[in-house]
Design a protein around this ligand. Structure first.
Ligand SMILES: *[C@@H]1O[C@H](CO)[C@@H](O)[C@H](O)[C@H]1NC(C)=O
Ligand SMILES: *[C@@H]1O[C@H](CO)[C@@H](O)[C@H](O)[C@H]1NC(C)=O
Length: 347
């Protein structure tokens, strides 16, 4: 009654929808690529931000004309709810910070992850965001979007601190502000302010990271001896933030997809490589965000649990080898919120 080819065709047609249902579970997740419209949209934002800083001749800058104090822009890059919002709320609501509102907050939340606004100081601080994914250049794009938005939004934003939902403050706002805007001493009077970004060149994994897009893929823009690695989280000056959003040349290389996904962390390379090529003397070369790489798993650093949280831990995490105390730390599991709130006023 049925001929064989017909049965075969029917069976094939039946399996087709099944393939669509199960393929995403069998195959590795698809890499998010940056579409041309998204790229053009970003370029337009960066151009607006750069143009906003170019003053017509003869005009007076807002910093010069009023006696306004410089501010810190806090850039939250997240793909989950901001677990530590109450802790940050406490940090931002300290008397010193609110007196003259010496900060601004900007949040880039992955649009697919349905992040809820924690309200308070975070209310209405979400910026137009695009999809992000680990091991892809989308994290660079998201950070650049935050920098550009903060530059455009307030000409008083002078430092730009990138943090994640797993970061916590280790000090009061007053302490952070004083550290970044400390008055110049006799020896530093003629120096520009530094950006606090880690820049390392001797790490063992550097070569694998360099060739992750193919052996000569980064040439000629980025020779291996200029390739750097550093923490994804940093505090940049306004001048360096502008350098980052003006860049087209290195971005063309760093946006290429990796062939070796195991060695693909573009966001740990783009910023330190670009800035150390453009202004090596303007960088601290270390980060002020403490992270514990001892016993790291799958590229994730040690995550502190509620049982670890104590005033002693916070004091230990502040201690650094540089002249500055660490200002922020990561990573903390979301359930650390309660014990952290419990000790916040004390430490
Ligand atoms: C870093 O993490 C390890 C476990 O991976 C832990 O034993 C150590 O105490 C941590 N160091 C600090 C300073 O918290
Ligand atoms: C400080 O430097 C020493 C020696 O290089 C190192 O063992 C230690 O982990 C460093 N401490 C911090 C907080 O980075």
């Amino acid at each position: 009654m049925f001929n064989a080819p017909f049965v075969l065709l029917f069976a094939l047609l039946l399996t087709l929808p099944l393939l669509f249902i199960f393929a995403p579970r069998i195959l590795p997740p698809r890499r998010v690529t940056i579409s041309l419209p998204d790229e053009l949209d970003d370029l337009a934002l960066f151009r607006r931000a750069v143009l906003s800083t170019v003053r017509p001749p003869g005009s007076v800058s807002r910093l010069g004309s009023t006696n306004a104090k410089p501010k810190i822009a806090f850039l939250f890059l997240t793909n989950t709810d901001l677990h530590f919002a109450p802790l940050w709320e406490k940090f931002f609501n300290s008397p010193k910070s609110n007196q003259r509102k010496l900060y601004n907050i900007y949040i880039h939340a992955d649009p697919d992850s349905d992040v809820k606004s924690p309200g308070g100081v975070f209310e209405n601080r979400f910026i137009p965001a695009k999809k992000t994914q680990r091991s892809s250049p989308t994290l660079i794009s998201a950070a650049r979007r935050l920098l550009a938005t903060a530059i455009l939004d307030d000409s008083l934003n002078a430092y730009f601190a990138l943090v994640s939902q797993h970061c916590i403050p280790l000090h009061s706002f007053r302490y952070v502000y004083k550290t970044l805007f400390r008055p110049p001493t006799e020896s530093t009077r003629f120096m520009n302010r530094l950006s606090f970004i880690e820049v390392l060149s001797e790490e063992p994994q550097l070569w694998d990271r360099y060739i992750a897009r193919g052996k000569n893929a980064m040439l000629p823009e980025v020779p291996f001896d200029k390739f750097r690695i550093g923490s994804q989280f940093y505090i940049l000056t306004r001048a360096h933030s502008l350098m980052v959003i003006k860049d087209r040349k290195l971005w063309r290389k760093f946006r290429l997809p990796c062939l070796n996904v195991d060695s693909c962390y573009p966001e740990e390379h783009y910023f330190p490589t670009l800035l150390s090529m453009k202004d090596p003397n303007g960088l601290s070369e270390y980060t002020l965000t403490r992270v514990n790489w001892t016993g790291s798993v799958d590229g994730h650093p040690h995550t502190y649990n509620p049982a670890d949280v104590s005033p002693e831990l916070i004091r230990t995490l502040r201690v650094s080898n540089s002249t500055f105390s660490y200002l922020f730390a990561r990573k903390f599991s979301p359930d650390c919120l309660q014990p952290l709130m419990g000790i916040a006023d004390k430490v």
